[in-house]
Design a binder for this molecule. Structure first.
Ligand code: G1P
Length: 287
């Protein structure tokens, strides 16, 4: 019998956060700050994603930011004068909160001056990612899960050694807002993708499995994105590049086990705020 092929478990270290969108749904709150910095209770949305990446084993955070890049950078950089002030006032609890904001030594931000679609944003991280598998986290999708959603995907990647996308079953009337896969289930929660389509018309969705904002990708996606044509809105879609990649290698999907909130629209943002407020001990009873 041939020897079983050895699986290579590569430590996935890099997490890319596209964050250059205009946040127009939240104007005027996003007039002079990225929407990723809006707070869910008391933490900026992007911090939930960064904490998830770090808890999943990544240690290098790459933010693809726009004009207000400095606001995100400042949040993930230690603020010594603030810490000194809180300490001098004996505000130990607040000091602990401030120090709990992860400030990874390997935080990089890359400028995407004009947001031209998710594919374009991921391509902007090409140099920072280099030649290794990586995670993409769309921080709009805040996922409460244990193990963290990204860890769940990495486990599947380590097993199958091919790109893996997070999916969730959604009602038919929501599918046109997402990428949707056509796939064959190969084991519990794991699917082998046959095709994927970005924001299908409601009667053209190939299934009810929508792509949500977590991906484990390999660097061979970059040259494909580079030649992917913009869609009718002028945006370069990651889904279109993945569709091309699918011609040469398998891509899998994993139905995440957890609670996802789409904070990219007002009702979803408000529901997420309520959800996390109800779980926060210092608000016990008051909310
Ligand atoms: C992006 C992707 C889409 C995916 C969605 C998940 O769309 O293009 O395939 O389903 O994120 O949140 P966007 O929400 O940026 O329009």
């Amino acid at each position: 019998m041939p020897a079983k092929e050895a699986r290579v478990t590569v430590q996935i270290r890099k997490a890319v956060f596209p964050a250059a969108g205009l946040g127009s749904r939240f104007l005027p709150a996003t007039k002079a700050q990225p929407k990723e910095m809006l707070p869910l209770v008391d933490k900026p949305i992007i911090q939930y994603g960064v904490e998830e990446a770090l808890a999943s084993g990544a240690d290098q955070i790459i933010v693809v930011a726009g004009k207000y890049q400095h606001v995100i950078e400042a949040h993930f950089t230690p603020n010594k004068p603030l810490e000194d002030f809180l300490e001098s006032q004996g505000k130990i609890d607040l000091l602990a909160e401030v120090r709990a904001v992860p400030c990874p030594a390997t935080f990089t931000s890359v400028l995407e001056a004009t947001p031209l679609g998710l594919g374009h944003a991921v391509l902007a991280a090409r140099e920072a990612v280099g030649d290794e598998p990586f995670i993409v986290i769309l921080s709009d999708d805040v996922i409460d899960a244990q193990p963290p959603a990204t860890r769940q995907l990495i486990n599947v990647y380590n097993d199958l050694q091919s790109p893996v996308l997070a999916v969730e079953r959604l009602p038919a009337d929501q599918l046109s807002q997402y990428g949707v896969i056509d796939a064959e289930q190969i084991r519990d929660r794991v699917y082998k993708i046959r095709d994927l389509i970005e924001k299908p018309k409601s009667d053209e969705a190939p299934s009810d499995l929508a792509i949500i904002g977590r991906y484990v990708l390999t660097p061979n996606i970059f040259p494909i994105i580079d030649t992917t044509q913009p869609d009718t809105k002028g945006e370069i879609q990651l889904t279109d590049a993945l569709r091309e990649l699918l011609r040469t290698q398998p891509i899998y999907a994993y139905e995440i086990n957890g609670v996802r909130h789409d904070t990219g629209n007002k009702p979803g943002f408000l529901r997420a705020t309520t959800y996390f407020a109800q779980r926060q001990s210092d608000l016990d009873g008051a909310f």
